[in-house]
Design a protein around this ligand. Structure first.
Ligand code: ARG
Length: 571
């Protein structure tokens, strides 16, 4: 659905030139599109790889070409005169290397400084997407797996939103199912007067779940009543429905506390929301003779709810891309109901067509012992405790650096939160989501290496360069000019321009680590290539270099924003 066409500034510009060339040399092959990759080598900034494929298409058709290199030569010679390209060369079997003009790179950055970073957003061929993420289960613990889903899902939603896609952020909460029978019965036992039930009265909902499960397993009479309760709940009896609502409400409040701290916004449409639609959907599938297949996995409830939710998202919400973020353990479940939906004709069998569904799987969070992440007493780690610890540790680090004298208590607290939560998020997002990763506070809060702390420092330092220059940066944006004569300047400029193709790749392949890698490299290029070689304040190039600093800070902040990281300006 995305084809090879990209709408990112530098790639797009290069492609548009190559397109003109291709149309000239092979007018009879209008479907051949320019294929361009960033190469960051010494031969060029971008490479066009069309020659070989084109050769195999046209050889024997009586053209003058003598092989891929001559096709490459022709592509190069027929490039239009353009302010975008500085020079070109052909290498090996017809690779066309393109060097972008530094004037054009500078101009593009200046334009961004005036028009805003939104102008660099990729344009996807998607109108409306559903991102189904976080999705914890009522009364059960919200564990690190849900944390991963929340963090990854939020970043994907943010990048899609930035790319002008309308995103429906859906919390597919597990608020239905047989476990509610025992919860409700247990609630009645503990609180004969249901009005007394409150958060504080129940206390820890996880403990409540455990205790009711114990009761369920130990007492056959209770079990009997619990099973009855499910039937009465499903039948809509008010007393049972109210009890169910109470339990959901308490869980919901707990979830919200986590979302608020993480700055994640979600709209709940839990499993129960789809109940009224299930019979109709199942009938439709039954008429097509597909019901057996759906039941065969034994998980009738979860699968039929998901099929119904998919139906709803396609038909009522008119989404053209539906994305599910869960652990890889659920891969089979998704494969199965995606297949059913294809059989039913709801989805095209060709994955390249819309509407499209994608399961975004992720690996486990491991403890330092290499096993599934648990507390010392091998309990599931509570997310609130984890966030508390992240905040405490980052506060300790700030105090060690003597910030208590410099900052107010409020400033300390806010920075500790921003840094602590960002560290947790970034440590998760920087890994390819499919791999397992080890949760390690010391490592993620280190101010050196590929961590959020390091990046936040790097950004704050750039801001302070600009502040300390005493120049009015808003005025410079309007009156100053960027010049990229030094290789350090040029390299930084090109890297800035490549922001949008990295955002695009993050969206299309649903890989937040691509954006993290881009961000980390940006701060490396800034420090090692640019700042250590190019004096900024007090140099003859001060204006241009301050503008480069500002552009870097803007791009970094946008990356932070897409990763759900709160930037800090002093650190
Ligand atoms: N509640 C499920 C869990 O905790 C995740 C739901 C994911 N979304 C979905 N549409 N199945 O594992």
């Amino acid at each position: 659905i995305f084809a090879t066409k990209t709408h990112s500034v530098s790639t797009m510009a290069t492609q548009s030139c190559l397109n003109i060339s291709l149309r000239t040399i092979v007018p009879d092959e209008p479907e051949v599109e320019p294929v361009v990759v960033a190469c960051a080598g010494k031969f060029g900034d971008y490479q066009c790889n069309n020659a070989m494929g084109l050769w195999s298409k046209i050889k024997g058709k009586g053209t003058d070409f003598k092989g891929p290199p001559s096709v490459g030569q022709a592509i190069m010679k027929n490039l239009p005169k353009s302010e975008i390209i500085e020079s070109c060369s052909v290498a090996g079997p017809g690779f066309v290397n393109v060097v972008l003009s530094k004037k054009w790179i500078a101009k593009s950055i200046q334009k961004m400084l005036i028009d805003g970073i939104e102008k660099w957003a990729p344009q996807l061929q998607i109108k409306r997407a559903v991102v189904d993420f976080s999705s914890p289960n009522i009364a059960k613990e919200m564990h690190v797996g849900h944390l991963r889903s929340t963090i990854i899902g939020d970043t994907l939603a943010r990048t899609l939103e930035f790319s002008n896609v309308e995103v429906l952020r859906r919390n597919h909460v597990g608020d239905w199912g047989t476990q509610f029978g025992m919860l409700i019965e247990f609630l009645f036992e503990k609180f004969p007067n249901i009005e007394e039930v409150s958060e504080t009265a129940i206390g820890d909902l996880q403990a409540f779940y455990k205790a009711s499960k114990q009761r369920f397993d130990d007492d056959p009479a209770f079990k009997e009543r619990a099973q009855q309760a499910v039937v009465r709940l499903q039948g809509g009896e008010p007393k049972y429905r109210n009890a169910w609502l109470k339990i959901c409400e308490i869980s919901r409040k707990e979830f919200h506390m986590v979302y608020e701290r993480l700055g994640v916004h979600l709209e709940e449409k839990g499993e129960s929301f789809y109940n009224p639609y299930i019979p109709g959907v199942l009938k439709e599938l039954d008429d097509l003779g597909l019901i057996e297949e759906i039941k065969s996995d034994g998980g009738y409830n979860y699968a039929s709810t998901d099929l119904t939710a998919l139906w709803y998202r396609l038909n009522e919400e008119k989404a053209d891309w539906i994305i599910y973020v869960t652990d890889v353990g659920q891969q089979q479940h998704f494969d199965m109901f995606f297949k059913a939906a294809k059989r039913a004709g709801w989805l095209p069998t060709d994955d390249a067509l819309k509407p499209k569904v994608t399961h975004v799987g992720f690996g486990l969070v491991l403890g330092e012992d290499g096993k599934r992440f648990r507390t010392r007493s091998s309990e599931v780690v509570r997310l609130v405790d984890l966030l508390d610890e992240a905040k405490d540790r980052s506060k300790t680090a700030l105090l060690e650096r003597g910030k208590a004298e410099e900052w107010t208590e409020k400033e300390l607290d806010q920075t500790a939160e921003a840094v602590g939560y960002s560290a947790v998020k970034y440590a998760d997002l920087k890994n390819n989501r499919l791999t397992n990763y080890t949760f390690d506070f010391d490592q993620m809060l280190n101010d050196k290496g590929n961590t959020a702390v390091y990046l936040l420092y790097a950004h704050a330092r750039i801001c302070s360069i600009i502040r300390k220059s005493g120049r009015n940066i808003e005025e410079l944006k309007r009156t100053g000019e960027i010049v990229l004569d030094h290789t350090g300047e040029r390299e930084l400029g090109l890297h800035l321009l490549q922001f949008s193709e990295n955002v695009e790749e993050t969206c299309t392949n649903l890989l937040p680590n691509v954006l993290c890698e881009y961000l980390y490299n940006l701060s490396e290029v800034f420090t090692k290539k640019f700042y250590s070689n190019c004096q900024v304040v007090g140099s003859p190039e001060e204006t241009s270099r301050l503008l480069l600093c500002e552009a870097t800070a803007i791009v970094m902040r946008k990356c932070f924003n897409l990763l759900g990281i709160e930037p800090v300006y002093k650190i």
